[in-house]
Design a protein around this ligand. Structure first.
Ligand SMILES: O=C(O)c1ccccc1N[C@@H]1O[C@H](COP(=O)(O)O)[C@@H](O)[C@H]1O
Length: 233
């Protein structure tokens, strides 16, 4: 399976286009007011229609209530919900029943003890995102540009697809994939000039580096674009 590349925290037309043209598989939009990447519903509507059919649209929320999720689903029209708070398995079931969308549950990781909730989430989430555990005094649970010890995932045996995030950038993504065996990578701070301000060249470099972690793809089948073509190579 080709590595999935997600660029998260996009908030402008220009940087969304760079991610799409660079071949990102997933584009993420943050709905969490304390974040420097938070977008409002009008921006969500505009960026959502721009990304439609070109990449998987991911709505990132943190312990959002139903009314907030309803507004996001109505405007962005996401393909998947990324739940980055302390949502329980019961809440995941509830969200799934109400919104009928695939769920990616973010799990904060510092030590192997943090993997304990996995079996519960694996029963209801469609995908897991392993992210660095934020410090206790952080103003947000992610998007801090800090990695975790990837060796915690070294012997992971998980039936569910999983991605890794936290402090990734073009220089360390190869090693992160090698150590964790993740099927996807997710980046925000590592493609920014300052918190919330994406840098087009860093986005392109990250996607190129992530694609380069893979053996060269076989010839495309049934008109599919190869990984190299998707990377613009
Ligand atoms: O990006 C944010 O501001 C954010 C806010 C709240 C929860 C998660 C957030 N970002 C996600 O965190 C990971 C790691 O990001 P980084 O590359 O270390 O900056 C990623 O999934 C972001 O989408």
């Amino acid at each position: 399976m080709p590595l999935l590349v997600k660029i998260c925290g996009l908030s402008t037309r220009e940087t969304l286009d760079v991610a799409l043209e660079g071949g990102a598989d997933m584009v993420g939009f943050v709905f969490f007011p304390p974040s420097p990447r938070h977008i409002g519903l009008e921006t969500a509507r505009e960026l959502g229609s721009r990304a439609k059919g070109r990449a998987v649209k991911v709505a990132l929320t943190v312990d959002a209530d139903d009314a907030t999720l309803e507004n996001i689903v109505e405007t962005l029209r996401p393909d998947i919900l990324q739940l980055h708070g302390k949502e329980t398995t019961a809440r995941l079931r509830d969200i799934k029943a109400k919104f009928g969308l695939p769920l990616m549950k973010a799990l904060p990781v510092e030590t192997s003890a943090d993997l304990a909730p996995l079996p519960g989430y694996a029963g209801v989430a469609d995908r897991i995102l392993f992210d660095a555990r934020a410090p206790k005094d952080a103003t947000r649970p992610g998007g801090l540009g800090a990695p975790f010890d990837w060796h915690v995932l070294e012997n992971l045996d998980l039936a569910l697809p999983y991605m890794v995030s936290g402090g990734l950038n073009a220089d360390n993504v190869t090693e992160a994939v090698r150590v964790t065996g993740a099927g996807g990578v997710d980046v925000s701070s590592g493609v920014e000039r300052t918190p919330g301000v994406k840098d087009p060249e860093l986005i392109r470099a990250f996607i190129r580096a992530a694609r380069a972690t893979q053996p060269s793809s076989p010839l495309p089948v049934n008109g599919e674009r190869s990984a190299a073509q998707r990377a613009g190579g």
